[in-house]
Design a protein. Structure first.
Length: 512
């Protein structure tokens, strides 16, 4: 979860002002066809790999199979490596990263060719994204949901979010949402655990969800609780799926309450039984046992000054010894340190340290209301066995939930699944893992013409070595590049090769 919309909007406006005259620096239209030969094709459908070649023309896949080089072909020898559809990151926060670096090493180095933004209730207007792509080019495709919290901010005002919306406000939000959907937004996203949406009622969420459904959109949600009230929160999204009839997806599914660790099977059987009743519920998941968010998510009852709430958080919601304060503007010397470590230094309990950090961050925000990302914590709060069970579920897809911050997921998620979960742990077939990064993701999120290696599909492709692929990013070195990704194409343009970005920026804004 990132902070609310406005800092990025502000960043986009600055960029637009500065770059409006710079013009397009991409749009490769290859004169020659590209023929990638001698590869093991994993086509994104989940079916078995097969030997073959792929021909690309003008950003699209022209042909697949046993192809011979033609005179107009520029031939790339795949040397027996795997060629798969480019990975689609179902839940990403990489916008800040690509604004700073349009070559987007964080995504390109993982084989990600499309990121899905607008998550956790926070989004940019589709018009802003379109203007951004007119002024500048990026090495990754972008699709976006429209966030409920952003709609609330526009209609209710940023200082009015700690209540449910009135009927009039809901109508205004519905009309804004309808416009966004008509401009290509994938659907409605919510971040119900966060303050900006926590006080909205089920009726409010449902009214907006109905609007998304009426335009054939989708619903994706950071649930109202990922810990003490996970079961209720799951009931809420199931209800939204039932009442609207549209596909609903649980964002970064997890069990963040130690008392409930080991219950992934039970959670998944609830979701399976909802599916048996005709509710199209799915999930995305990232392969780490710690999340990255604001310290405030450790206080489900929003009692940020209550030492008992803080003690309960230390007991059940995170492990102070291995949870790192990732960002802390009031005192940057605290950044990168474990919470328990800070507590020892401050000669107090970790619970007291939590209260201190939150109070200091709030004070900082009052003094500097425009400051964004004042604090963040990488909170260790999950059981590896649960993460693996969620990853293996037939209806889950892979996401990073990442940006280029201090959590390694921004750089390592996809290679980690392929190296650690598939090759080393054997949790699933390689073809199935690829399906969960490509074809299944496109299907669950409503992205057309991508995610498969088939004639007519966009030429988003990744060439990798399944025997070598592995992540290297850690909490201590969160931007370390993975190994095993050889080449990455976005709309036919080569964006990554030999461990580095190429400077080609062939990404597009994807519309529903
Ligand atoms: Zn989230």
């Amino acid at each position: 979860m990132q902070s609310a919309t406005h800092p990025f909007l502000h960043m986009i406006h600055i960029l637009l002002a500065g770059l409006a005259l710079a013009g397009l620096d991409a749009c490769q239209t290859a004169k020659q066809d590209v023929l990638i030969t001698h590869v093991r094709l994993i086509d994104g459908t989940g079916s078995d790999a097969f030997e073959g070649a792929v021909r690309i023309r003008e950003g699209r896949i022209l042909d697949v199979g046993d192809l011979k080089a033609a005179s107009n072909d520029s031939v790339i020898d795949g040397r027996g490596l795997v060629l798969a559809p480019g990975f689609i990151d179902a839940h990403s926060h990489h916008l800040g990263h690509i604004l700073r670096n349009p070559s987007s090493p964080a995504t390109a180095s993982q084989g990600i060719t499309t990121i899905v933004l607008g998550q956790d209730g926070s989004s940019e207007p589709m018009d802003s994204l379109a203007a951004l792509f007119r002024s500048r080019a990026f090495a990754v495709n972008i699709a976006s949901y429209t966030g409920q919290t952003s709609l609330r901010e526009q209609v209710m005002g940023e200082k009015e979010l700690l209540r449910t919306a009135t009927a009039r406000e809901i109508e205004q939000m519905q009309s804004l949402l309808t416009k966004e959907l008509s401009k290509g937004s994938l659907g409605l996203s919510t971040g119900l655990e966060y303050e900006g949406a926590f006080y909205s009622s089920l009726e409010e969420v449902l009214a907006l969800a109905q609007t998304a459904a009426a335009s054939n959109g989708r619903y994706i949600s950071h649930l109202r609780s990922e810990d003490f009230r996970l079961d209720e929160a799951l009931s809420e999204i199931i209800e939204i799926g039932r009442k609207t009839g549209m596909p609903v997806q649980v964002s970064h599914i997890k069990i963040a309450d130690k008392m409930c660790w080991g219950q992934a099977g039970r959670i998944l059987s609830r979701m399976d039984s909802a599916r048996q009743q005709g509710i199209d519920i799915t999930a995305d998941v990232y392969p780490y046992t710690y999340w990255n968010s604001t310290l405030k998510v450790l206080f489900p009852d929003k009692q940020y000054k209550d030492i008992r709430s803080a003690a309960l958080a230390c007991q059940r919601l995170f492990d102070a010894d291995s949870s790192m304060l990732a960002r802390f503007r009031p005192n940057t010397t605290y950044e990168g340190r474990m919470i328990a470590d800070l507590a020892r230094e401050r000669r107090e309990t970790p619970a007291a340290t939590l209260l201190h950090l939150i109070a200091a961050a709030d004070k900082y925000r009052v003094a500097d209301p425009d400051a964004d990302d004042v604090e963040a914590i990488a909170g260790k709060s999950m059981l590896e066995a649960d993460v693996r069970a969620f990853t293996q579920w037939k209806h889950s897809v892979i996401c990073s939930d990442g940006n280029a911050g201090r959590h390694p997921r921004g750089y390592g998620s996809f290679p980690r699944v392929l190296g650690l979960y598939v090759r080393e742990a054997g949790l699933m077939r390689l073809e199935e893992a690829i399906h969960k990064m490509t074809g299944l993701t496109a299907k669950q999120l409503g992205i057309q013409g991508r995610g498969l290696i088939q004639p007519g599909q966009a030429a988003d492709l990744v060439l990798f070595d399944p025997n070598a692929i592995i992540d290297h990013a850690t909490l201590q070195d969160s931007h370390a590049l993975s190994t095993g990704i050889h080449q990455v194409w976005v709309n036919g343009g080569l964006v990554f090769q030999d461990g580095q970005t190429t400077g080609q920026h062939t990404g597009a804004l994807l519309k529903r």
